[in-house]
Design a protein around this ligand. Structure first.
Ligand SMILES: Nc1ccn([C@@H]2O[C@H](COP(=O)(O)O)[C@@H](O)[C@H]2O)c(=O)n1
Ligand code: CDI
Length: 164
């Protein structure tokens, strides 16, 4: 088994929606980013890459490379899922938290989990997405941006799960 952790932040800029967990959420700002700015999927990519010892998202998709300008982060996640499989692992479970004063994310977390499960090729029961405010404290609390963190457990593909 291998464990991985990911963390990401994007600040708000101009726009009318936020991409979070592959879901487009109407909002009075967008994210400033090289890609679509999906802060949750970026944290998940980093958790997966960390767990299988493949560095981080910036190593695989440099923000200096025009190839990733405006990229759909679900495509990045699917690429990372392929690297996990090549390394001989599968996702046991994944737990993530989005830190956002606004918008209200609870109505969207099930849709995020469905998309993440689809991209990782696992049952939706293996994916848990949560949201929390930071009680108006810090940059998220002041409404300057959103942060996300993710923890993932990888299991060897050639071994039966003993504790699932
Ligand atoms: N952007 C957010 C933040 C939180 N939620 C939901 O509200 C619950 C309470 O949040 P606190 O920060 O006050 O603990 C939280 O457990 C989420 O269910 C949300 O939907 N969107
Ligand atoms: C996703 C990438 C793609 O170029 O760019 P950004 O959208 O700026 O996101 P970040 O979380 O800074 O991660 C770095 C990059 O890999």
């Amino acid at each position: 088994m291998r464990i991985g952790h990911g963390f990401d932040v994007h600040r708000f800029g101009e726009g009318d929606h936020l991409m979070i967990g592959g879901v487009a959420i109407p909002f009075d700002h967008g994210f400033v980013a090289h890609s679509d700015g999906d802060v949750l999927l970026h944290a998940i990519c980093d958790a997966l890459l960390g767990a299988c010892g493949h560095g981080d998202i910036g190593r695989h998709f440099p923000d200096t490379d025009p190839a990733w300008a405006g990229a759909d982060s679900r495509a990045l996640l699917r690429h990372v899922a392929g690297l996990v499989a090549e390394a001989g692992y599968r996702v046991g479970n994944l737990d993530a938290t989005v830190l956002a004063q606004a918008p209200k994310l609870a109505p969207h977390v099930a849709g995020m989990a469905e998309r993440i499960a689809e991209d990782l090729g696992v049952a939706v029961a293996a994916i848990n997405v949560k949201a929390t405010t930071t009680e108006r404290l810090g940059f998220t609390g002041r409404g300057e941006g959103i942060a996300a963190e993710a923890v993932v457990l990888l299991m060897r593909r050639d071994r039966e799960a003993v504790d699932e």
